[in-house]
Design a protein around this ligand. Structure first.
Ligand SMILES: C[S@@+](CC[C@H](N)C(=O)[O-])C[C@H]1O[C@@H](n2cnc3c(N)ncnc32)[C@H](O)[C@@H]1O
Length: 252
């Protein structure tokens, strides 16, 4: 069971406010390129693909075949259908793929939803070819200093504290034969302003697992912090673009 239900309302909210616009992903594009070393004709499995933003980006950027595996029908419905992206029902623990059929796995903001990481790691080992990388995009506990949401809503770190750590993840994957290849922080940027973000806060709260766990008081205090920052930004000639840093953990 995922930590929240990805029903139709959540899927629509996720699509509306949680996808990082493509222009803000250039540093992810380069980081993934370095570790994936993409070649035409490769197959990447996007596990917990959600609304398909990364599946679409990978096929456009690198000319890959992408298998977008996603358990929620409502999230799958939001994935843009193209010849290069095949959409499949499934979970990390039961992937609808033959043995040794994929050249890479991508898991973005998914590992905290997986009920048994050890089972998932073995399943990922089964479907990947030898030496293929597992690329994990995640805000790991204790590594949230530059996570935008935590800046405005610091109590969101409480939920993240219950998620698998880097060490938990590496240990689960080591038991399936993977080792840690790299760990770095990657920046993404947003073209929208802080005022836009404030305007989306209620929708965001619905679409984000860590925001759902805030109390009403914590949520209102965060909005007030944002409101003050919006006023300050209005007095500044060129406010910094909004940015967020997440971990990229690579296992092979
Ligand atoms: C926060 S969303 C991330 C979506 C997408 N990867 C992205 O970064 O935009 C988490 C996704 O994981 C999916 N999920 C939940 N449990 C899962 C599991 N056991 N295996 C694979 N995916 C799962 C959810 O349905 C949801 O679409």
């Amino acid at each position: 069971m995922a930590r929240i239900s990805y029903d139709e309302q959540t899927a629509a909210a996720f699509k509306a406010v949680r996808e990082v616009p493509r222009d803000g992903l250039s540093e992810w594009r380069e980081a993934v390129r370095r570790h994936l070393r993409p070649a035409r004709g490769m197959t990447l499995v996007d596990i917990g693909a959600g609304t398909g933003a990364f599946a679409a980006a990978f096929s456009d950027w690198f000319d890959l075949s992408v298998l977008a595996v996603e358990p929620s029908a409502a999230m799958r419905d939001q994935i843009p259908r193209t010849p290069a992206v095949q959409v499949l029902a499934g979970t990390a623990g039961a992937l609808p793929l033959p043995d040794a059929s994929a050249d890479a796995a991508w898991l973005s903001l998914v590992i905290h939803h997986i009920p048994d990481l050890g089972v998932a790691a073995r399943e990922i080992r089964r479907v990947l070819r030898p030496g293929a990388p597992v690329l994990i995009r995640q805000g790991f506990p204790g590594r949230l200093d530059r996570v935008e949401l935590v800046r405005w809503f610091p109590e969101t770190a409480r939920a993240v504290g219950t998620y698998p750590s880097v060490n938990d993840t590496c240990t689960a994957f080591a038991a399936a034969g993977f080792h840690q290849d790299a760990l770095e922080q990657v920046r993404e940027t947003y073209p929208t302003s802080l005022a836009d973000f404030l305007g989306q806060a209620d929708t965001f709260r619905h679409a984000d697992t860590t925001m759902r766990q805030l109390t009403e008081d914590e949520f209102l205090r965060g909005k007030e912090r944002l409101r003050r920052a919006v006023r300050h930004a209005e007095d500044t000639a060129n406010p910094e673009p909004r940015s967020n840093w997440l971990d990229l953990l690579v296992l092979r």
